[in-house]
Design a protein around this ligand. Structure first.
Ligand SMILES: C[S@@+](CC[C@H](N)C(=O)[O-])C[C@H]1O[C@@H](n2cnc3c(N)ncnc32)[C@H](O)[C@@H]1O
Length: 359
């Protein structure tokens, strides 16, 4: 395969690049690869879509580069980060807002889900009660951007507090009682309210307006794509089927907190909601069909950048074969020296970026 990369981007420094994205803790986040990915963004584009945006780390890079950034993830808690840090250009949380949020539970009959489900499992009673109380007050904030910022911050505070930063295990309180683990990560025993307050400045400082109309969506990408027009580049970072692809098992608690469902079942030892949202990219039986649909729906978008991993299903050759029906593909690889990249980032495996252009 001919290896002719798109010319390296020569974006003018616009002052946004110094903005700091709050470091995520999300399986498969590409935060640590953002400088590498940036090298393959062509310089003749204006409108970009991050189609499977997760923590929003790459959408944020696009926004920093002054591009009109559309971002999407089908999980609502990720969509909140998109509203807060991509679509939002001006709204921050003030000390008055914080006072509203800490004002006590204004409807304990309605707002008790975290206590009911997760007290004694992921949180002690005091933390669960704070979470319900804060949740009861989010709607009292002035607008959807302040509300989204609050969701982004409190959800991040919860992942900091829980060992391994996800909710697919039942060891959170066991580990919080383990002195050696607490020494390594004091957040395990800090009140979640303290972690929340500590993060506010960092998130406020990450809010900026890049002068374009950025938009955040929270939909199944196969439903959303046909509705979008005028996109120059799409970035696809789908779940790596075969390797930690079930985001709803890892982060169910954040989605439950955000949606505050009363009409779901909560199952397994972790109290994961059921039924799950339909992804279409997390199980082998439907992923090939859905990749074909994804690419058919993207034919009007000239450039595609696709993150992949050589431990995923389908294997890279098969995957490139599918894409080659639509685009000319160049393959870039980066080897993992350790396992800090999260999902799929086993030492010796490769992070892959497929650079796809029209024939
Ligand atoms: C590998 S992660 C993306 C990580 C992201 N690039 C980052 O830096 O944080 C894949 C994401 O795809 C999302 N996802 C899975 N199925 C989806 C679908 N049908 N439509 C939109 N998003 C989906 C998951 O919620 C997950 O956040």
């Amino acid at each position: 395969m001919e290896n002719a990369p798109i010319p390296v981007s020569l974006f003018p420094e616009m002052g946004f690049i110094d903005r700091k994205f709050p470091q995520p803790q999300y399986l498969g986040a590409k935060y640590i690869h953002r400088d590498w990915i940036r090298r393959f963004i062509p310089d003749d584009i204006h409108v970009v879509l991050d189609a499977f945006s997760g923590s929003q780390s790459i959408a944020y890079l696009f926004k920093q580069l002054g591009l009109q950034t559309l971002t999407n993830d089908f999980l609502r808690f990720n969509g909140m980060i998109g509203k807060a840090l991509i679509e939002n250009g001006t709204e921050i949380l003030t000390s008055d807002d914080i006072a509203i949020l800490r004002g006590g539970n204004h409807d304990p009959e309605e707002y008790n889900l975290m206590g009911t489900l997760f007290s004694g499992l992921f949180f002690n009673d005091a933390d669960a009660s704070f979470l319900d109380s804060l949740r009861s007050n989010i709607a009292l904030l002035d607008n959807e951007y302040k509300q989204a910022l609050c969701f982004a911050i409190i959800n991040r505070a919860m992942t900091r507090k829980v060992t391994m930063g996800h909710f697919a295990h039942k060891q959170a309180l066991v580990y919080a009682a383990d002195a050696a683990r607490v020494k390594r990560n004091p957040n395990l025993v800090r009140p979640v309210s303290d972690i929340f307050i500590e993060l506010v400045n960092e998130y406020n400082a990450a809010v900026f307006d890049n002068g374009t109309e950025c938009r955040a969506y929270s939909e199944d990408i196969l439903t959303l794509l046909p509705e979008l027009k005028g996109i120059d580049l799409v970035y696809f970072d789908p779940p790596y089927c075969n390797s930690h692809a079930d985001y709803q098992s890892f982060y169910h608690l954040l989605e439950t907190f955000t949606m505050y469902w009363k009409d779901k079942q909560f199952i397994n030892g972790t109290k994961r909601y059921s039924p799950k949202r339909y992804s279409g990219f997390d199980i082998k039986s439907c992923v090939l069909t859905n990749f074909n649909k994804l690419f058919e729906n993207s034919v009007d978008i000239p450039y595609w950048l696709i993150s992949y991993n050589d431990r995923s299903f389908p294997d890279i050759d098969t995957f490139v074969g599918i894409i080659s029906k639509f685009r000319k593909v160049d393959i870039e690889k980066k080897i993992y020296g350790n396992s800090r990249g999260g999902k799929g980032s086993v030492a010796g495996s490769h992070e892959v970026l497929l650079i796809c252009k029209p024939y």
